[in-house]
Design a binder for this molecule. Structure first.
Ligand code: UDX
Length: 442
């Protein structure tokens, strides 16, 4: 099929590239000419394992093209995906200005019947707004063209995006038009080698809702465990053991019950807020969803509180080695990363920070921690230990899993580790003479 993907952010670029990989002709469109230019040279704006090679391969094979010209590409396409950003608006709702701008341009330029797919995470009712925006542009032009708006939310995880797209847990297609549903089924069929059971079709509004509910459910699991972790500390229990104890119940399961320094990233914080806002707009006070958010906001400060309890309110002569800045491993994404909150909290009390992250240091230095002079960046985890009073682990990158603890002990001023991701064996560390602080165990 001939596909146009509008928006070359995370979702757009991964989706477009993966569709090209299985043989479709894909053109990825963006208004940012510099970005398009770089993509044509094989320079990828984000770090995502496997993406760069796949983009290059498909670009060379001519199955993947990059362009700033929506009009020309709409002319030859069967399905157009809207994959532009839906940032958080001031009131917490999803800001639809980019989605509706694209809808307007589609209405101004489409010349034949086509399927328009909302791939961006958008609140319930957006497909209707996209439809009426396109219709009003067609009316202005005095033309009648048949088109369908489909909701096809994306569930990919950063760091695993290619795998998630090529071998999806499920694909949700929300459409009120049978022909469009059938075409979407054909498009996605190659991603399901055995059965099509996990290609789930439903009405548009339910599909739009599914995306928010999936993310809110996962965020709820995390906040629930973080709350349990805090209670465990108070009552003298070990959340790591409790986690295994409850995860063995197949109704609960082991995934997404790891306590930590709070969830971050581009989806959970934004989507939880937007779902709460949607409920409010319909006169419903979503107490549970509000609490998920509150618990998460608090959780980001648990580690800095532990540091203050150990070293005192005044940290002016203290320096901390911070391992990990990105919101999770295998990404350079710093959006809503706990590291931002922890570092700023410590710096506020006078501390100096030696930071290291395998991929996110540029993002941190130039955007999220820009102007925070107290942070120095190093090229390896061990270099951060120089002159540091303690080590603080905030992202569970693989290279932090089994460090040389003797080196840590020799280099740090005090053998102290604050672990925001519960990565280490406490007995081992305590036997080595470390003071080891983790989440959910006193
Ligand atoms: C998430 C969803 O998983 C994905 O389906 C959706 O499309 C986008 O949002 P992503 O933001 O890439 O994906 O990250 P994910 O791996 O889900 O982790 C989200 C956050 O939860 C991270 O901050 C992570 O550290 C945290 N987390 C995850 C926990 O604190 N504990 C866990 O047990 C799992």
């Amino acid at each position: 099929m001939n596909l146009t993907v509008i928006g070359t952010g995370y979702v757009g670029l991964v989706s477009g590239t993966c569709f090209a990989e299985i043989g479709n002709n894909v053109t990825c469109i963006d208004v940012d000419a510099k970005k398009i230019d770089k993509l044509r040279q094989g320079i990828i704006p984000i770090y995502e394992p496997g993406l760069e090679a796949m983009v290059k391969r498909n670009f060379e094979n001519k199955t993947l093209k990059f362009s700033t010209d929506l009009a020309v590409n709409l002319d030859k396409c069967d399905v157009a995906f809207i994959a532009v950003g839906t940032p958080m608006g001031e009131d917490g709702s999803a800001d639809l200005q980019y989605v509706l701008q694209v809808a307007k341009e589609i209405g101004q330029n489409m010349t034949h019947s086509l399927i328009i797919v909302d791939k961006s995470t958008v609140p319930v009712g957006t497909a209707d707004k996209v439809k009426s925006t396109i219709n009003s542009e067609l009316k202005k032009r005095g033309v009648t063209i048949d088109f369908t708006v489909v909701s096809n939310p994306e569930f990919l995880k950063e760091g695993d995006a290619i795998k998630d797209f090529m071998r999806p847990d499920r694909v949700v297609i929300g459409s009120d038009d049978e022909k469009a549903t059938e075409k979407m089924r054909r498009l996605y069929a190659p991603f399901f080698s055995r059965s099509m059971d996990r290609l789930i079709t439903m009405d548009v509004r339910s599909a739009e809702m599914t995306k928010y509910v999936a993310n809110a459910m996962l965020a709820t699991k995390i906040s629930f465990m973080n709350e349990i972790a805090n209670i465990c500390e108070l009552v003298g229990a070990d959340v790591n053991k409790v986690r295994i104890g409850i995860g063995s119940d197949s109704r609960i399961g082991y995934s997404f019950i790891y306590p930590g320094s709070g969830y971050g990233g581009s989806c959970f914080p934004k989507d939880v807020k937007a779902l709460k806002r949607t409920a409010e707009e319909h006169g419903y006070k979503a107490d549970l969803i509000s609490s998920v958010e509150e618990v998460n906001d608090r959780q980001k400060f648990v580690i800095s509180k532990k540091v203050v309890t150990r070293f005192g309110e005044d940290l002016s002569n203290k320096r901390f080695a911070v391992w990990g800045l990105s919101f999770k491993p295998e990404t350079d994404d710093m959006r809503e990363a706990p590291s931002i909150y922890v570092i700023k909290e410590l710096v506020k009390r006078g501390a100096k920070i030696n930071a290291y992250d395998p991929k996110a240091m540029d993002e941190a230095q130039h955007f999220y921690l820009k102007g925070v002079e107290e942070v120095s960046y190093f090229n390896s985890k061990y270099e951060t230990l120089r002159e540091a009073d303690a080590m603080i682990l905030l992202t569970e990158w693989k290279e932090f899993r089994s460090p040389d603890f003797d080196e840590l002990k020799n280099q740090l001023k005090h053998p102290i580790i604050f672990d925001g991701r519960n990565q280490y064996n406490d007995t081992l560390l305590e036997n080595m003479g470390f003071e080891y602080f983790q989440i959910g165990k006193k």
